[in-house]
Write a protein that binds this ligand. Sequence first.
Ligand code: ZN
Length: 462
Amino acid sequence: MQDISQGYFVERALLPNGWADNVRFTVQDGYINTIVSDSEKQYEDILLSGPVLPTIANLHSHAFQRVMAGVAEVSLDPNDSFWSWRDLMYKVVQKLTPNDARVIATYLYIEMLKAGYSQVGEFHYLHHAQGGQAYDQPAEMAMQLLQAADVSGIGLTLLPVLYSHSGFGAQMPNAGQTRFINTSDSYLNLHRNCEKAILNYGRQNDIHKLGICFHSLRAVTKNQIETVLESLSATIPIHIHIAEQQKEVQDCLNWSGLRPVQWLHNEIGLTERWCLVHATHLDAHELNAIASSQAVAGLCPTTEANLGDGIFPAVAYEKAKGRWGIGSDSHVSLSIVEELRTLEYSQRLRDQQRNRLYQATQNHVGDHLFQQALLGGNQACDVALGLAVGHRADFMVLDSKHPFIGASENKDLLNRWIFSCNENLIKDVFVAGRQIIQNFHHEHEESSREAFMRVIKKVIYD
Ligand code: ZN
């Protein structure tokens, strides 16, 4: 069925080249097919009530981890670390049923949409039943995520993870990891089943995408990476966790004599298909290798701060013209504002200077951060978001009743929003031309919230 074209009019909108006034755009079949600034509202146009921004692709998510957000902020040991957090995460993993996973993801994705993310890269490694037995349908857990995405209306970039080992040099998996483990062959079978499942979901606009994912260099061998890359599509994105923790860097050095990014660059080769999640600990050579390959660094500033990972060298990386996007990862925060602000502030705190991330052609930090996160998220999640002809019609409307939104000139608007507003000011969200969030509300919000509360009580407090 051919959709008729719908016109929209807004006083100001953020286009790829910056803010424009009196913007009229039309949407057909879920895509933007015309966009004109300095225009006039036409009679049947929908008038959008505040500044319009593109939504952003959230490039790194482990949906189930939302259920434990905030629970690990208890000091049990003076040396609490990423690795003690991971022990708690493994205990939660053992309890989750497919139904629990879907309930958690459904409410999470609704919260993401309310936060201005309209696509999510789901780094999905919880594949098997409790005890490690594969489900009859290998993509059972992935299908729960697809159902959650469809109920919420978000686009899913499904990244089924290959996870085989517990440490560098093909170490045997440990007991906490049994639900994650595949061989290369069982992974390729899972991947085929995910591909089929995607065709059955996503009612419109090719909204769900598929990628390839290796958990980390700890979890796969060189031979496995090569086998998988040779067997699957040569165009889809490839994600991996890398260089998140100093211990991982040291273990990689002990095993191979190379640092993790150096190893990946030398032994496999980086291209723009890669999304290197975290990439926190880089030497100058590694930093330049990522930047010149045009791979995306998948930064997760609030999770990296929460886990005490370290500070990504964003100033040097941007000088090398490196690409990056943002992910909410463990979901201690669902806020584009907080991710971007945390990234910029981490650089200021380290350097004892202000205004660290900007370009000669864009010295407004907020505008620069937002546009970079948009481009990096698109590349890593295999989508084209942003207000331009031919792009999926995903956009959000900020609340012009807030004084900093309503009264600010265009040049200050993103800085005001990102650096001085803590309340959620995203009033309406559209995905593929369909309004998903209306006046801060999602149609399935109440029922999904109650189901999520029951799962929190069961998984964390029973
Ligand atoms: Zn992660």
